[in-house]
Design a protein around this ligand. Structure first.
Ligand SMILES: [Zn+2]
Length: 559
């Protein structure tokens, strides 16, 4: 759970199917299916919010950061002291054994040694003996009201942000740590100099409560506005924090820690919160989507949000391009092609290699092609991304193309999204499965990727542009334009195509929409009727039996 608004939108409490696809521990996000009016209001609210925020210019700059994660152990009035092994907890955060997935090792590897997360503890912890803050309220105070839990909270929990009871609980814990001076003065709490404690992890006694209750693992920002006294430790305000529950084995893992601490670095969730929750934009290719196994993230997010990878490189010309794997190189790990139809939408190319440390959990090794929508705000702590996708007013920021999917609301086979010689998927273009398409499903016919071939830590592919999809063109030298005759052109109705080895013909309008497709009548001739189409410029695409493609501009004249 990511976003913290000071004016939280309240949602009616729900007893609805909770979609557990939201991999990890995302809490307080009520994924319901029976609240359409609320969704509508929410969308309007969100749009207003987006409109009110000016775009943030993200400047790629690679800065080394040593960040501090302060752990505060916490239990309730009716709890005994935490008995969990301190060493096992510390190993999940700080373990340095090579290859072991700890938060420290993971961020060091994932950020090419640029971001180091060092976890520290309050100074009353000696000899591995946990001493926790004990709150004045019992556990039931932070659980929902019920006849058997009369002290539980009855108010609606905020859709985003945190409840008053949680805010006050955390404020008391911070006050305890500060007033007893439990953090030594020489501990650097604000490693990146942004004015706030880099991260606080509350490790709470016991298991999790109900999903989406206060006692569910989550990341949030501390709401200073809702507490009427200054909340600080050694003069520095807390900001991002996580709640983790030591008695919940499934959620008390380094996988959960690294995901939640990713939010503390402004990384967004890539899955859908509200709509199409069963359709995954990135699946287990990305730690901010699903993260049960070791996995890193898209290079474009490493660049745009973490600033630890070089800028993506734009491709504008035909040629061979070589990628280095995202898990092994901070440079040359991301190319992109701008859509010929909408330049704010980019086709992004990255090479993911299961051999790379902490990428062992991705589905395979190969080229990943994704769509980046540059109009989806990166601002507000980068938390929007795909979360509020609705397929109408709010687009996915990042979407991986995968076989069996021709739109952003079709899951397809995400585990087979990778292109490689090993998979036999070595082409990506208008006539492949999957094919490039825009946010609204419009096919992109301006380029194709061929000859995708991996070679250890590198992968090479060939890019071919169809000259904006309008000029006459041919590919791969297998068919010269001389061999394809299209006449009469311009035409008012029928179009005759002479060629050889023809398999099928397709007609696209200048918006890139396919308006006609038909199998060729025979190898060397076919006839197309444009009678039902409006006059204008079209793109005729002839696919030959060998897979090569020839594209010609045709004009339908007004009668
Ligand atoms: Zn998350």
């Amino acid at each position: 759970m990511p976003i913290s608004f000071s004016n939280s939108l309240n949602v009616t409490p729900l007893k609805t199917a909770i979609i557990s696809l939201s991999a990890v521990t995302e809490s307080f996000v009520f994924l319901q299916t029976n609240l359409l009016p609320m969704k509508h209001n929410f969308t309007k609210f969100l749009l207003a919010l987006i409109m009110g925020i000016s775009p943030v210019v993200m400047k790629a700059q690679i800065v080394d950061s040593d960040l501090t994660n302060l752990v505060i152990f916490m239990r309730f009035a009716d709890d005994e002291e935490i008995t969990h092994s301190f060493n096992s907890i510390d190993t999940m955060f700080n373990g340095r054994t090579p290859g072991y997935l700890s938060v420290a090792n993971f961020y060091k590897t994932m950020t090419y040694d640029h971001i180091h997360f060092n976890t520290v503890y309050t100074n009353n912890i000696q000899n591995g003996q946990i001493v926790s803050y004990q709150d004045s309220q019992p556990r039931g105070y932070f659980e929902p009201y019920s006849p058997t839990n009369p002290i539980g909270y009855q108010e609606e929990l905020p859709f985003m942000g945190i409840s008053r009871r949680e805010a006050e609980l955390l404020a008391r814990a911070f006050h305890y740590v500060d007033s007893l001076h439990l953090v030594d003065d020489d501990v650097i709490l604000d490693g990146n100099n942004d004015g706030y404690i880099d991260n606080v992890s509350f490790v709470v006694k016991g298991g999790t409560g109900a999903w989406a209750s206060i006692l569910w693992p989550h990341m949030e920002y501390f709401p200073h506005d809702s507490i009427d006294y200054p909340v600080e430790i050694n003069g520095i305000k807390p900001n991002a924090f996580n709640l983790e529950f030591e008695g919940a084995p499934t959620y008390f893992t380094a996988h959960v820690f690294r995901h939640e601490m990713g939010h503390s670095l402004n990384l967004p969730d890539l899955y859908h919160y509200i709509n199409y929750t069963d359709v995954s934009p990135a699946g287990s290719w990305d730690m901010m989507c699903y993260n049960y196994g070791p996995n890193q993230m898209a290079a474009i997010y490493k660049n745009k949000i973490l600033h630890v990878a070089d800028d993506p490189i734009q491709i504008t010309h035909d040629g061979d391009y070589t990628l280095k794997s995202v898990g092994s190189s901070q440079s040359q790990n991301c190319y992109y092609i701008k859509s010929a139809i909408d330049s704010t939408q980019w086709y992004v190319f990255e090479y993911r290699n299961k051999q790379d440390l902490f990428d062992e959990g991705i589905p395979g090794t190969g080229l990943i092609v994704a769509r980046w929508n540059d109009t989806v705000p990166l601002d507000y702590s980068g938390m929007f991304a795909n979360a509020f996708f609705d397929n109408v007013t709010i687009a996915n920021q990042y979407w991986i193309f995968r076989p069996g999917s021709t739109s952003d609301i079709q899951n397809g086979n995400l585990n087979n999204a990778h292109f490689s010689q090993a998979t036999g998927r070595t082409r990506f273009g208008p006539d492949t499965n999957p094919h490039p398409y825009l946010t609204d499903g419009t096919p992109e016919n301006s380029f194709e990727i061929t000859n995708i071939r991996e070679n250890g830590s590198e992968l090479t592919f060939h890019v071919h542009f169809f000259n904006d999809g309008i000029e006459d063109h041919q590919t791969d030298g297998m068919l010269s334009d001389d061999c394809l005759a299209v006449h009469p052109n311009p035409t008012t109705d029928k179009l005759f195509v002479d060629g050889h080895d023809m398999q099928r013909v397709e007609l696209f309008n200048t918006m890139g929409q396919c308006v006609l497709t038909q199998v060729a009548e025979n190898d060397s001739f076919t006839e197309i009727s444009l009678a039902d189409l409006p006059s204008g410029v079209y793109l005729l695409r002839v696919v030959m039996k060998g897979g090569s493609v020839s594209v010609q501009k045709v004009v339908k004249a007004a009668r």
